[in-house]
Design a protein around this ligand. Structure first.
Ligand code: RIB
Length: 302
């Protein structure tokens, strides 16, 4: 897709690195902390921009330094930020991320200005919808705004992409009916559908439950087991690349953005492979937007 609009969140990430994450009631000593631009929406917009798609974003930041830093980072990769509002009296969203040596993480998000992305803010940017080929959304802004964005995207005949994260069980059927491509991992798929996803057969059955609601293509990311594409009439699996992960933050954002940057409407295998390579590189680097590779790095990866 050449022109992409991202409607979603921007967070400053407080990334804390430690040997292992604490259990309930436990205190552990961490090694270091980094402030890194993040947020699922901003990560996807940043990755799309860095990978060469003409990208714009709708969202909101506060009138604080973090907001300025978030906008500046997106602009570095030529993302158009005119659809990102600065909300007076609000703080930019923040995410607190604990990352252990295996690269696995736990994330808590304070929505801040992301909560101010209401339907009015989205609808006021109709012109950005008209200019895009695809509209990409996640679930870190209010759900009614995601539904309004999907409706507007469809009104303009655009490809609707939903990253259903953070996953929740109460998404309206109207939203699913508009979605052309969604990308849950197995855990999110279970949460979204209320169905088990412990085996491949269960993953297919749960993905089919979304197809029954009107979704055209479900891309289930299976970590080291690759990606499964489920549509009404086919199920296909694509391999992952084995690497030593140091930080999995934004790996899914990177995968989705890299996939969309290459997707032409039918070349699933090629675009998924590009996404798998890009996210394999991303997990070997610390941070969210700091981990996104260039096109050359992805093309030279093997
Ligand atoms: O997907 C990773 C992102 O989730 C982080 O950058 C954090 O901000 C949270 O939104």
């Amino acid at each position: 897709m050449d022109k992409v609009l991202v409607v979603g969140s921007l967070n400053m990430d407080f990334a804390v690195y430690m040997d292992r994450r604490p259990q309930a009631g436990e205190t552990v000593m961490a090694r270091s902390m980094k402030l890194v631009p993040g947020g699922k929406g901003a990560n996807q917009a940043y990755a799309l921009g860095k990978l060469g798609a003409k990208t714009s974003m709708i969202g909101a930041v506060g009138t604080d330094t973090f907001g300025e830093q978030m906008l500046a980072n997106l602009e570095k990769v030529a993302v158009a930020t005119k659809g990102i509002q600065k909300i007076a009296g609000t703080e930019t969203g923040k995410a607190f991320i604990e990352i252990e040596n295996s690269g696995q993480n736990s994330i808590s998000v304070i929505a801040g200005a992301n909560a101010a992305v209401d339907e009015g803010l989205v609808l006021a940017q109709e012109e950005l919808f008209a200019q895009a080929d695809a509209v990409v959304m996640q679930l870190e802004i209010p759900v009614p705004s995601v539904v309004a964005a999907a409706r507007l995207a469809k009104k303009h005949g655009k490809t609707v992409v939903l990253d259903p994260a953070p996953a929740r069980a109460d998404l309206p059927d109207e939203l699913w009916a508009q979605v052309d491509i969604t990308k849950p991992n197995e855990t999110e798929l279970a949460l979204l559908t209320g169905l088990p996803t412990g085996t491949e057969a269960e993953v297919v059955a749960a993905a089919k439950a979304l197809i029954a609601k009107g979704v055209k293509n479900v891309l289930v990311t299976l970590g080291g087991d690759g990606t499964m594409l489920v549509t009404e009439d086919k199920v296909e699996k694509f391999p992952a690349y084995k690497v030593k992960a140091v930080d999995t933050t934004a790996a899914g954002d990177c995968f989705l953005a890299a996939f969309i940057s290459q997707f032409t409407g039918s070349n699933f295998a090629e675009a998924i492979d590009f996404g798998a390579k890009a996210s394999a590189i991303a997990v070997t680097r610390q941070g969210a937007q700091t981990s996104i590779p260039t096109v050359e790095e992805v093309e030279n990866f093997h």
